[in-house]
Unconditional design. Sequence first.
Length: 318
Amino acid sequence: GTDVYMNSALANGDVVSCEVTSSIECTVGNPVMSNEVMMVVNDILPVGLSIETEAGYICDGDEVTFTAIPENGGDAPVYQWMINGNPVGDNSTEFTTTALAQGDVVSCELTSNETCISGNPAMSNAMEMEVNPYPAALEMPTGPNDIDVYETASSSYSTSADPNATAYNWTVNPEDAFTELNADMNNLTITWSEDFTGEAAISVFATNDCGDGPISDNFDVSVMNTFSIIENDLNIGVSVFPNPNNGSFTIKLSSEHGQVIKMQIRSILGEVIFSEEELKVDGEYVKESDLSNYAEGIYFLLLENNNKVLTEKIVVQK
């Protein structure tokens, strides 16, 4: 034999010793037995790593924390987190980020300092992330921007479609401008109030499970109501347009039979702005009126004949 003994098949508890027989003559105690060495043989430990997160439905910008669960990492393991194979984060059992994108793959590599190990370093499972977007900013609504309620009781508007939206929230201000809103995703039909005249603003934003998107720019609509009275006590048809107006408007009167009337325009305080004492209406009469030098507000058109008076409101907005 030799003075070196090698064995790769030792088991835990095996006892190794050696007997030596001397070649020298005139010796005593020959051969001689060595001390015994009881072997402690450790099992080979596989290094393993898995990662998990408690995050469920993830939206753009959400904070997500991943936790590493090591197997046989030793007392000073080294963790290397990765997104799409690129190193990120710190040497920690946890990794937190707000920068995940759709399809990103998160993983972690563990380097163990344990003894008697295999599979070192170990790579965790890979988690492909589903990151849901918030709704996009919608385009300013489009549709008719001048409405005559007398001629058009309702009108339709639309905005851009967002494939990530689950609903669209429409707003029309002021609320007394309409009597009904009928929304169908990115389309809206407004039934206008007959009593409203003025400016209305339409806006919209999209929503989904992540939250609300930005509110669109306002789409401004000028709402007027040109009245037309074919039958009244004066037997005269009347039309004022546009109404509301910026001070310039048209008065149209009509009668199948010649009528002589008194016509006035007065302020809300009763000041006479215009007056014509004996106006003959035989067929159609058209007058262009200009109150642009007067303050904005409410004025009244008065038509009088045979002690009967017809009053109509005119709204001047500048």
